[in-house]
Design a protein around this ligand. Sequence first.
Ligand code: NAD
Length: 482
Amino acid sequence: MTEQARTRVAIIGGGPGGYAAAFMANDLGLDVTLIDVEKNPGGVCLYRGCIPSKAFLHVARILTEAREAAYWGIAFDEPKVDLNRLRESKDEVVKRMTGGLGQLCKSRKIKYIQGRASFEDSRTLSIIHDDGATERLETDYTILATGSRPTPLSELFLESPRMMDSTAALQMEDIPRNLLVVGGGYIGLELGTVYAAMGSKVTIVEKESTLLPGADPDLVEVLHKRLEPFVERILLNTSVASIKEARGGLAVTLEGKEAENKPAQFDRVLVCIGRRPNSSGVGLKNTRVSLTDGGLVEVDAQRRTKDPYIYAIGDLTGEPMLAHKASHEGRVAAESIAGQRTAFEPNAIPAVVFTDPEVAWCGLMEKEAEAKGIEVKVARFPWAASGRAATLNRPEGLTKLITDPDTEQILGVGIAGTGAGELISEGVLAVEMGATAYDVGFTIHPHPTLGETIMETADLIFGHAAHVHQSRPEPREAAGKE
Ligand code: NAD
């Protein structure tokens, strides 16, 4: 041990949960030490997740739009992809963002320690640096924000450089001719979209009966229909029985409803079947923190664990494992440590799958309402009726609102369509503010925009959207019924 120091709040993990907590605690006047193994904060989101994958999805979008420009009479030659430059650009984006966070720590005078921390006891951390040196840090409180890692490839999957998890897929060593994606969730569909746009023949296998099993089927259908011609195959109710090295590739035998009996050959296999919390290896046994069977940290509404000196936020505390949920929890934990009355109790946490088209939703969705027996009124606005969607030649989208049938309060919003990830914020605000369909329908939205679809869906709750005709009884017929 070379040194011993004290801090009011230590934060282990510099991802969007950890750094948001650090910045908030600092803004509230607390002395903060942020600890992460990387040179700068950023976490999986910036180094190996959201940011690099969105950079690649941006490129995928350019490639797809160039191909689809033929609709407007514009033709380009087949694109040439310089993989080295592509990787460099992606790395530059990551470096710029993580470097910026490092700067923000400095300007806020937050102490940033590069190292691996673990608990010696509830209020003492041991931090091992890259060079093996160890320091001890006494803390009043610690916020644990160590995130998650890809579910490991089970024993079924052999060790092979042709096998990839999301981290390896983002290295983009090559563009495989044939790529098998195991798991039709967020990562499988986003990275499958990237590789398909780059020219890989992508096969997606999903063990459930639908892609994105958690989302409403009508939203998923919009994506599924558009994906079908882009990818080689989408096999539902299907999983992997075995994978063997074969000459120049991997021989994969699939099992399930849509599987063929004989093995199929792939250059690479990308496995994305969920993520596991990083709750081991941080010395939690030396604290009073308790874990669920799945290794999630149990927390209360303030994100306090069973140990009064330790808070936990982000993927560690369970689904949804989303960066923005972690950031919000981080702010709540910091406020709680600063003695404020606070709680993590959002009405809506937006989910966005950044495919093409994007699928986004928030609040109570139809599937969940059905499962819980909650009566709702649902309105759907097809983008075929949107002028803006027509000008983009993207009429396949759908906007839906889930409302309380008695009060017309908006309980949930779902959007599948180009730009849905940007549009959903209006829905989140509506749900959080307790807006009614009348509030949203009577709010003037700019024309022509895709945002108008939210206004028109709200109008549909009352049966009078301008661009969708809903048949209603003829006046005489209606009068006769009175
Ligand atoms: P996921 O839970 O989204 O999807 C995993 C999918 O794999 C599920 O549909 C599941 O049914 C399927 N599956 C599981 N075992 C299988 C098997 N043996 N064969 C075939 N299919 C199988 O998980 P993910 O895609 O790995 O992503 C992990 C987490 O990362 C997500 O929960 C999400 O919270 C987060 N994430 C978010 C974003 C975003 O916000 N846009 C992007 C990427 C990741």
